[in-house]
Design a protein around this ligand. Sequence first.
Ligand SMILES: [Zn+2]
Length: 238
Amino acid sequence: MIRPRELALEAARTNPGALVPCPWCGSSVGAAKLERHLDEVHADAPTELPHVEGPDAGIYVPMIALGVLGVVMFGITVAVAPESGRIAAALPVVTLGVAFAVSFLAWRNVVRARLRFEREMLVLRSFFGLHRRRLVLSHLRVETGSVMGSRPAFPGDHQGRHEEIKVGHYLRLSDGTTTLTLASSGAGARKRWQPDGVRQGPKRRWVDVWLPTSAMVAVELLVHAHGGLRVREAGESS
Ligand SMILES: [Zn+2]
């Protein structure tokens, strides 16, 4: 269970002069005003979340690999076509079909990844729940930076020329064994938390999961509760 309200109020209690990110709208609220803000603005918000989730962005890499495998298999099948049976001929087509279908579903945001908080660990379940990665929350290395995407360089350009644009921010958490890269389209963690101690990372294109801002702040509050992020003091410029 993730309890964003409790985590935020605890951060406010232990840092009375701080600005604490609101777990629902992401704005920085003075510690003394936080409880009132939560009661007045987010009265209907749940007290606990079984998990947070968003589009599974990590699924593209294995699907590209599967697509390449399908093409290679197709090449081999063509090369030895006369000797190969019907099943051998169908295999590359099925492989390519699966890679294309899953990528299409992911692109339509149908494939979701989930983050749970269990026994002091953040657990990411992705790839239709088949792939599970556990991140120990203490002694995390925290990095943030821009997530880049691309769009056509000119409106209506059908020649495939694309330019790189910033599409969000990532929060990259590493416990030395596991690294999770979480992305959201809102402001980055350095706006909500003390920038010192958060490494400014390179621009990245590949992330594990896209989260709504509220889910990203909930994760950040968990990281804060385990010492990985520090609150900003009121009056500090961002
Ligand atoms: Zn709020």
